[in-house]
Design a protein around this ligand. Structure first.
Ligand SMILES: Nc1ncnc2c1ncn2[C@@H]1O[C@H](COP(=O)(O)OP(=O)(O)OP(=O)(O)O)[C@@H](O)[C@H]1O
Ligand SMILES: Nc1nc2c(c(=O)[nH]1)N[C@H]1C(S)=C(S)[C@@H](COP(=O)(O)O)O[C@H]1N2
Length: 184
């Protein structure tokens, strides 16, 4: 007699939109849903999105990040918005405040990829960092930036989470080939 297959619960992934106008309903948040669509397209691992929409205020962004990691158990959190040079753009500072260690290669890779597409890519101060086993990645606010930036880093995200002890993520190889060293 064969045992029933054990159903694996979907992996929680956090998505935080930081936008004054989207959080006040001036416009609809398109960037948070764009992150969710992107992940649905590239991830083979079943996941569920835990979404937050907050104003461009450090306490609100930091509280959302801490809750998603510490309470909701997300080992991957992606933010959008608030990475630019205007006074209310504070998402990279919020990320740095809640992270133990920074992962500078992520911002470098996303800006390099974006700069080939738009000259204002260098205006984004987007960062990534680790809070315990969780990887938090900043993306710009423009909906069109989501795909470009995530394409630049997603091949390295699964192995990063392997190394931090985060959730196992597998990608659809026809879309994104995740790099895992042989024997890993
Ligand atoms: N979450 C979003 N959903 C839809 N469009 C967005 C979103 N965030 C930004 N945009 C669009 O990209 C443009 C530039 O984004 P940016 O993050 O610089 O906005 P902002 O000036 O900080 O304003 P806000 O914080 O109110 O979104 C916005 O004017 C808007 O057209
Ligand atoms: N790939 C990509 N990166 C991008 C952009 C874009 O349209 N596509 N917009 C740039 C612009 S115009 C700004 S001001 C910064 C910061 O955007 P944010 O404040 O919405 O995070 O991201 C930059 N990075």
């Amino acid at each position: 007699m064969t045992a029933d297959p054990v159903s694996v619960p979907p992996v929680p992934i956090g998505v935080v939109t930081a936008s004054d106008r989207a959080s006040r309903g001036v416009y609809a948040d398109l960037s948070g849903p764009a992150i969710e669509s992107y992940l649905a397209e590239v991830l083979a691992t079943p996941f569920r999105i835990v979404r937050r929409l907050v104003e461009d205020e450090r306490p609100a962004i930091e509280a959302a990040l801490i809750e998603l990691v510490d309470v909701e158990g997300c080992s991957l959190v992606v933010t959008t918005g608030g990475t630019g040079p205007s006074p209310r753009d504070v998402t990279p500072e919020a990320l740095a405040a809640v992270c133990d260690r920074m992962m500078p290669g992520f911002g470098e890779a996303m800006r390099a990829k974006s700069l080939a597409i738009v000259p204002t890519a260098i205006l984004s101060r987007q960062e990534a960092g680790l809070r315990g086993r969780a990887l938090i990645i900043n993306l710009p606010g423009k909906p069109a930036s989501i795909r470009d930036c995530l394409d630049a880093v997603m091949p390295a995200v699964p192995y990063c989470l392997d190394l931090t002890g985060g959730d196992r993520l597998d990608t659809r190889p026809e879309r994104i080939v995740a790099f895992r060293p042989k024997g890993a």
